[in-house]
Design a protein around this ligand. Structure first.
Ligand code: ADP
Ligand code: MG
Length: 686
């Protein structure tokens, strides 16, 4: 039997039934799914490291023979030890392999067995020890020895019920029996890669040399980058082909609003509004990303766009990722627009104004604000001319598209507070035009940020908090968890609430987290907004968009648990009024890495700087949303370090789409399968 990319795995006769079951469980269906289960590393089992006789700086891979497997300890710390020596040598050197809390491992290891061991050797007293090594018994089944030994051997990432040797054997069998024509080429002619696709697929699993492995990796990474950017280029071409209509009023309403506001727009805001205005005026539908750091005033820019669209007779919809945020937008928009005679509707899971009316209807509001509940309303409107999506990385492409489809080719504005470096924007959002609000409104108090160890500085910090509360300010106190957990030793809002309430009395504290019902959340936020409550003890549900200018203090506990960009967003909840603000990042025990990381926040309040640092630390997935941006499909390619390949493959994808926008040429048909909208996780990340 030979295999193509599409062969279902349950048709592979030789596949172990238990393995098949477990592969199915993790969602694998086709040979292609299995083939893109890439090794996490390789062991050169043609040339093992020497049996170690001293500690090593990094992990090594060597062979040995088990000489004792009886050492089980069930004391306060349960552990198991196996002793191995050098089977080929004189047997003088011995290494102890040790596993804590995994005593079951003793069932897998027996005296006399040959093992391949991978790990870092350390000295403990007189002994050489490897804690939690990776290992493989290599003489249990001699039949397949040639798959596992005497080659550069792939080591796969494993998950429950899937173990190394059966998986490797399955992949070996597949790779040996690939149908030559079953893997149509993906990359157009290029000078980046000169290994045929099928050869690369074989070599990424069972390379004949380090060189071949590197070449294969590069080829497949290029494919990934190409496909990602092909999707972007395709979307862009599809969008550009849409019939749009001008959607821009004279701007009278807009001038009216602006002259009614107690402040002037910043230059950056005006520039963005101008860019949007010319998009609206053009016949091509707008497809624009508005980037602006927290507090830069994206809402006002959105409202300007809405007014221009309304004035031309269109309707507008604004979608936000959380209930709190949708309601806040609704309140702000109502406050600004009602004086102009414009009614603003609200649609969340909880409420829909004019609830028996369809959303878009002659009698219903012409501006509607909502959460993803908007998507499940069945009404459409020919007249929906402008769609705005706030915090767009919280939504999948499909969700965006669903809202867009409610109109007919509306203008689209997506907004994000996560500044993204330009190269990445091109790769992931290359289908969008970009406007940046690169300036904060004037007259803001400064935010000072401090990193403090909870143990040492808690009482000082509390004293400081009290003086500020006395002065009339309000505070957020943030913990990572809702309730205390056995597994993770970090603070929780429920665990700490009582203490704070007592400690800060008579100032009123309230609890806020994601499990509180939307109604209750609303009233909590309202009481905080009007100042009845002084302190919110909260999880990160306050992360996005909440605007209470009098709240000038934020304490984040176990701050090292959070990503930099997330902390920056959280910090953006303060510093919104004229008073100085203080953000204190309280930490547990800090590694020097964590210290370095948090220092970035002490030193910078520039979202771009912080986003860059975060990208380097955690990769783009955290920042952009993995599924939402499509980068979950990058299994090999690294967007941050392989910029050259990213650029080259971008030009390949854009010239291909330029010559065949709908991928209808016979030689490109296969590529059409690779165009998909995934990231449709309807559960909103909040
Ligand atoms: P974000 O970009 O984080 O969504 P918002 O739109 O919530 O920011 O704006 C933050 C605050 O700044 C709001 O209270 C808003 O009314 C105010 N604001 C917006 N633009 C200006 C401006 N040009 N001058 C002063 N304040 C402004
Ligand atoms: Mg906002």
């Amino acid at each position: 039997m030979s295999f193509t990319a599409e062969t279902p795995i349950d048709e592979i006769a030789s596949l172990d039934k238990k393995l098949l079951k477990n592969l199915t469980k993790i969602g694998y269906k086709s040979v292609n799914d299995l083939l893109s289960h890439y090794p996490k590393r390789y062991e050169n089992r043609k040339q093992f490291n020497e049996f170690p006789y001293e500690p090593t700086e990094s992990p090594i891979c060597f062979r040995g023979e088990v000489i004792d497997s009886s050492r089980k300890f069930y004391g306060r710390r349960r552990f198991f030890e196996a002793l191995i020596n050098d089977s080929d040598g004189a047997g003088i050197n011995q290494i102890t392999l040790r596993w804590f809390n995994m005593v079951f491992i003793h069932k897998m290891i027996m005296v006399g067995q040959n093992v391949v061991v991978y790990g870092k050797v350390k000295k403990s007293g007189k002994r050489l020890i490897i804690d939690h090594p990776e290992f493989e018994i290599v003489d249990a089944s001699n039949t397949n020895a040639s798959i596992h030994l005497g080659r550069i051997t792939p080591i796969y990432p494993l998950s429950s019920g899937i173990s190394q040797r059966p998986l490797r054997e399955a992949l070996f069998n597949i790779v040996e029996n690939l149908e030559e024509t079953g893997f149509p080429k993906i990359l157009p002619p290029n000078n980046l890669v000169d290994i045929p696709r099928i050869k690369a697929i074989r070599a990424i699993h069972f390379p004949s040399s380090e060189n071949e492995m590197a070449e294969a990796r590069r080829a497949l990474a290029c494919e990934e980058f190409f496909v990602l950017q092909l999707n972007v280029a395709y979307r862009k071409a599809q969008h550009n082909a849409l019939p749009g209509s001008p959607n821009c009023g004279s701007g009278k309403l807009l001038s009216k609003l602006l002259s009614s506001l107690p402040f002037e727009m910043t230059d950056a805001q005006s520039r963005c509004v101008d860019e949007i205005r010319s998009d609206l005026a053009s016949t091509k539908p707008m497809n624009r990303l508005l980037q602006g750091d927290v507090g830069s005033g994206k809402t006002l820019v959105a409202v300007c766009a809405i007014l221009l669209a309304l004035e031309s007779g269109s309707e507008a919809a604004l979608m936000a990722p959380t209930q709190i945020l949708a309601e806040q937008h609704h309140a702000v928009l109502s406050q600004w627009l009602e004086p102009l005679g414009i009614n603003v509707g609200l649609c969340t899971a909880k409420k829909k104004t004019g609830s028996d009316l369809p959303l878009f209807d002659q009698n219903s509001p012409r501006v509607i604000v909502g959460t993803h509940a908007l998507l499940y309303d069945s009404s459409n409107s020919e007249n929906l001319g402008l769609v705005i999506i706030d915090e767009q990385h919280k939504f999948g492409v499909n969700q965006r598209q669903k809202l867009i489809n409610k109109g007919s080719c509306p203008d689209v504005l997506v907004m994000t507070a996560t500044p993204i470096p330009r190269t990445l924007t091109l790769t992931v959002y290359g289908d969008l035009d970009v406007s940046v609000i690169d300036e904060l409104p004037p007259g803001r108090g400064k935010i000072k940020t401090y990193v403090r160890q909870s143990k040492k500085h808690l009482s000082d910090s509390v004293a400081f908090l009290k003086t500020k509360l006395q002065e009339g300010r309000q505070a957020y106190i943030v913990y990572p968890l809702i309730e205390d957990s056995e597994k993770i030793k970090v603070g929780s809002v429920e665990g700490e609430f009582e203490k704070w309430s007592e400690n800060l009395s008579p100032f009123k504290c309230e609890l806020l987290h994601g499990r509180i019902s939307p109604d209750e959340k609303d009233s909590i936020m309202d009481r905080f907004r009007v100042g009845d409550t002084s302190v919110l003890i909260s999880t990160t549900v306050i992360e996005v968009g909440v605007d209470v200018p009098n709240a000038t203090l934020m304490y984040v506990f176990d701050a090292e648990r959070f990503g930099l960009a997330q902390l920056h967003q959280l910090r953006g909840r303060i510093g919104r009024g004229q008073h100085n603000s203080y953000c204190v990042l309280m930490t547990g025990k800090l590694t020097s890495e964590a210290k370095e990381k948090l220092k970035v926040l002490e030193q910078s309040s520039d979202g771009f700087v912080i986003a860059e640092a975060d990208l380097k630390l955690r990769g783009p997935g955290e920042l952009l949303g993995k599924a939402q941006s499509g980068i979950d499909r990058l299994k090999l390619g690294d967007l941050i370090t392989e910029t050259e390949l990213v650029r080259e493959t971008r030009s390949l994808s854009s010239s291909l789409i330029e010559s065949d926008p709908n991928l209808n040429n016979p030689e490109n048909l296969y590529l059409k399968n690779l165009i998909m909208f995934d990231g449709d996780n309807d559960g909103v990340v909040a």
